[in-house]
Design a protein around this ligand. Structure first.
Ligand SMILES: NC(=O)c1ccc[n+]([C@@H]2O[C@H](COP(=O)([O-])OP(=O)(O)OC[C@H]3O[C@@H](n4cnc5c(N)ncnc54)[C@H](O)[C@@H]3O)[C@@H](O)[C@H]2O)c1
Length: 248
């Protein structure tokens, strides 16, 4: 029997949804028919080129600018989404920061996921249906290299995924995580340059190529769709086998 993913009628929040992996996630969910609300602190001016890429989507994703580093902002993001679009069916907790004071990294990488998950679940429970994806990092499996506060908070988000997965399973809400490996985003291009990124990571990639944002977006799409109904409290390592299979 052929399967396809149709998210028409679904309303999705993607945090950090305007750039990097978030942009690919927004694009793939919108391409499947979901109304996407991209939350991102990026300024409207800086967001313009990214929003142009999405302008042909139907429905067109909407950009909101709540700073999810605070509880009230997280609640307000869910409240505005429900008030404008009537519901929230999907939350992708993608925004993250690194190399800042511990408490700030914890606020964005862990507490924001908790506040958004909790607020969204209150709406999802009414329909006994919802999909939540917490984006972590393959560093939770490999030890990581992006700073202790980044890796430790991602580990907390990974653990919280199982806790919340259990808490909301009977409400029809699947809470899962995706743990991406190093991915060639614009930020990585700027940081390394494309050639250096390849030189650095390609030898460590069992699949023989580096990851691009669409690789991760496809895994997120699966977890946001009814195809993943049986997956609950799970973390999918989406790193091309690097953490588990790389012999280096
Ligand atoms: N890029 C990679 O190689 C890689 C690898 C492993 C995990 N990840 C994870 O994937 C996710 C996306 O990574 P990325 O590389 O695309 O990140 P990025 O830094 O390029 O983008 C993050 C986005 O989040 C937004 N943001 C940051 N703080 C915010 C806040 N307080 N409120 C609202 N928006 C905020 C930023 O404006 C930005 O648009 C993150 O969770 C990251 O930890 C990325």
């Amino acid at each position: 029997m052929p399967y396809s993913i149709d998210l028409s009628g679904n309303v999705a929040i993607v945090t950090g949804g305007v750039t990097g992996l978030g942009l690919a996630i927004t694009a793939i969910l919108a391409g499947a028919g979901a109304q996407v609300v991209m939350d991102d602190i990026i300024t409207p001016e800086d967001a313009t080129p990214f929003l142009e890429v999405l302008s042909s989507c139907d429905p067109v994703p909407v950009h909101l600018r709540y700073d999810i580093g605070g509880e009230e902002e997280c609640k307000a993001l869910v409240a505005e989404t429900v008030s404008r679009f009537g519901r929230v069916d999907i939350v992708v907790n993608n925004a993250a920061i690194a190399r800042k004071p511990w408490h700030k990294v914890f606020d964005v990488n862990v507490l924001a996921q908790f506040y958004l998950n909790s607020a969204a679940c209150e709406d999802m429970k009414k329909r006994q249906y919802g999909k939540i994806v917490n984006v972590t990092t393959s560093g939770v499996a490999s030890g990581g290299g992006d700073g202790i506060e980044y890796n430790a908070t991602k580990g907390a988000a990974d653990s919280m995924t199982r806790y919340l997965g259990k808490r909301y399973a009977r409400d029809g809400v699947n809470v899962n995580a995706v743990a991406p490996g190093p991915t060639l985003t614009d930020m990585m291009r700027g940081y390394y340059g494309e050639e250096k990124f390849h030189d650095h990571y390609l030898p460590t990639m069992p699949i023989g190529r580096v990851l691009i944002p669409e690789d991760l977006a496809k895994v997120v799409l699966f977890l946001c769709s009814p195809l993943s109904d049986a997956v609950c409290g799970e973390s999918i390592l989406a790193d091309g086998g690097r953490a588990r299979l790389n012999p280096a």
